[in-house]
Design a protein around this ligand. Structure first.
Ligand code: AMP
Length: 287
């Protein structure tokens, strides 16, 4: 690959590169990730490369978005593999800061959001979205991109980031990207590496359950309860699947709805063994 590419670890180096690009009048895309990249991330990077003159991919396992009992230490990392993927996809900088580079030990500022961060994943992960918003806002200030790319895989995150950008007047276009799946329907995720063989065989039940829910909605069913019951019924066919939530929410409030007479997000979180997986669909489709 011949694109101009480097791995950088400091904020100063990113700023210097971006300033030089902007002096030339070039546009900049940002793809925030936690690394251990797969085809889902790759699709975001390729879209960013297609739509911008230069692309920065951040690769940072952000400690502030993990709760005390979550998988921060175990989260998989492989910078060499990530760097090859990012370069092949045509991006220009892989930004891999240390936690110390990103966070002052005596920091006193953080972003908090209400309501839409309290539903779905926010219920079991109370510190998660505050950590996500704070690190994404910092990345926005460091990279100053024209566009930033987020996957529908983390649908609540996408809605939360769009809201933060609106509420805080970031001059950045948020581009949502469709979910990339394995051949058997399992949404690609860095956390899929936690699954043992039996759990991996069980995991596509999330997609099957959502597809059954979608088919019911497409057949004209308007009751959110009926859709949720259908999704739960399919999840119950898999003994290793332990649902945390099955929800139908409004796109603006992220609050549960009773009927599908506005666009909705149907979202689930399911434990397969110790691994927590999420998946979703928008109805109607956003794309
Ligand atoms: P992560 O590294 O898990 O924080 O994800 C970084 C970005 O990639 C987020 O915007 C995710 O929504 C997105 N992403 C992760 N998995 C997928 C996938 N299977 N398809 C599309 N986007 C994804």
């Amino acid at each position: 690959m011949t694109n101009d590419f480097k791995v950088v670890h400091t904020i100063a180096e990113v700023r210097e590169a971006v300033k030089a690009w902007k002096r030339e009048g070039l546009t900049v895309g940002l793809v925030p990730t936690m690394g251990f990249l797969h085809e889902g991330h790759q699709s975001l990077i390729e879209k960013a490369v297609a739509q911008n003159d230069r692309v920065v991919v951040s690769d940072f396992v952000n400690p502030t978005q993990f709760g005390p009992t979550e998988d921060l230490a175990a989260y998989p990392r492989d910078l060499d593999r990530d760097s090859a993927l990012v370069q092949d996809a045509g991006a220009n900088i892989l930004f891999n800061p240390s936690p110390e580079e990103m966070y002052y030990p005596d920091r006193t500022t953080a972003i908090t959001m209400s309501t839409i961060t309290e539903e779905l994943c926010g219920k079991s992960r109370p510190v998660h979205f505050g950590g996500v918003c704070t690190v994404v806002a910092k990345l926005f200030n460091i990279v100053t991109p024209d566009r930033a790319y987020f996957g529908q895989k983390d649908a609540q995150q996408l809605l939360v980031i769009r809201r933060m950008v609106r509420d805080l007047n970031f001059d950045i276009q948020i581009v949502g990207c469709p979910i990339i799946r394995e051949a058997d329907g399992l949404a690609k995720s860095s956390r899929n590496t936690y699954l043992n063989k039996d759990e991996r065989t069980a995991a596509p039940v999330l997609h099957r359950a959502l597809e059954a829910g979608r088919a019911l909605a497409e057949s004209g069913e308007k009751s959110a309860e009926a859709i949720k019951a259908k999704v739960r019924e399919v999840l119950a066919t898999e003994p290793l699947a332990d649902p945390e939530y099955v929800e139908v929410v409004d796109l603006n409030t992220v609050h549960p709805v009773a009927t599908l007479d506005q666009p909705v997000l149907v979202a689930i979180a399911v434990r397969i063994g110790k691994t927590r997986l999420i998946d979703n669909f928008f109805y109607p489709e956003l794309h």
